[in-house]
Design a binder for this molecule. Sequence first.
Ligand code: ATP
Length: 477
Amino acid sequence: HSSSLLAIVSHAKEYGFIYPSSEIYEGLQAVYDYGPYGAALKRNVQNLWWQSMTQLHSNIVGMDAAILMHPRTWKASGHVDSFEDLMVDNKDSKKRYRIDVLIENHAAELSAQGEKTRAQELLEKLQALLQAEELAGLHTLLLQEKIVCPISRTANWTEVHRFNLMFATKVGAQEENADTIYLRPETAQGIFVNFLNVQKTARMKVPFGIAQIGKAFRNEIVARQFIFRMREFEQMEMQFFIQPGSEEKWFNYWQQARWQWHIALGLTEEKLRIKPHAQLAHYAKAAVDIEYQFPFGYKEIEGIHARSDFDLKNHEVASRKKLQYFDPELNQNYLPHVIETSLGSDRLILMLLCEAFTEETITEEESAKTRTYLKLHPALAPIKAAIFPLVKKDNLPQKAQEIFKSLKYDFPLIYEENQSIGKRYARQDLIGTPYCITIDHQTLEDDTVTLRERDSMQQERVHVNILRDFLLEKVSF
Ligand code: ATP
């Protein structure tokens, strides 16, 4: 299983999608940089989400809040006091672990050894202790189960302690007087504090939504699943403000709508599932996750949460500013309730790469070779078409450049005249380019080109003047 993740990690690096951050200094754990094709893929994914929210719903508008916010925001939102994981340190290795992950991994080991009942009991104990926030009980469980540190193989643990996931920094020039501020751990609060600004200035009526795409930061401790869990990542969040009492209706609506969106991306339906939360976050009244079957198991990609009026109410109390909405239909003031859909751009990209990464064996005259390609939907592919003159002479490059120029305003393209045509096709397969257009001697006579499709490798002869409409149709959903 993990071998297929490793293959994706190295493919992503080798072909310009994703590199470890500051790699020349050995990288920074759980932080990654997007290369040319990765950055284009991320933009395509984000544009698609943005469009599906703000363009396809007349009652959803977008915004773009700052990463830095007034420190009282995070006190009011509950993040200063409860956005934390329970940790334990091994005294010998000096390594820090999330207690739930240690115990879950131990349960998985037991299960693999055939001790399924014991594993199940252990997980139930874990849930109960987490729910009751029984820190001492968790420590006892570690010792009773003789859970050892994966590195030092000793069971020499510190007490279980809380660890806040927010990154803190100082604002202002003088350290001693400076205020502690945080890098936002979620984009949602930028929406809540602007709720009335947006409602009034865009003249929105409940029910309405505010969508935002932006960076979020969490000092995650478990960090070895590539871009699945990062310390700096991007979220695509939409907060939908509704009348109190209509939560169930809208919770179901958004669960359905988000499910359909993922299916429309062309994902294998069998690999997706909806999972209700066993444990609710501090703000949530009801919550489900959309999960995808990654090479390392089913994991969350998007959360749909009923947040009640938790956030607006807390900001109203903390800021002493009225955040109530006047509902002209009910002729009444109230704090709207919120249904949130929260999706990570990076996790979505990891899911798309897992789905797209294809290794196929092709047999050609006795010999077999492997063809690797990215089966990305043309709408998401970083490059839509590559333009190749068959040879570097006889005016073919000029003709190819002419075609390139006629299409470059509408599509991201690659022009390539070096290497054999087979190698050029293979290279485009690796970055997921859905179409290759080859210009040969016949093109000079009749303006036809060879159009080659990535997945089927089918080639057909088409007239140049259909290319634009053809690509336009293919690169949209
Ligand atoms: P997890 O349980 O995996 O830590 P979460 O429940 O804390 O996730 P939310 O707070 O609901 O996640 O965040 C919403 C979405 O943001 C997640 O579904 C995920 O796609 C994304 N996300 C959250 N944390 C990270 C991270 N560290 N790296 C990348 N994406 C993240």
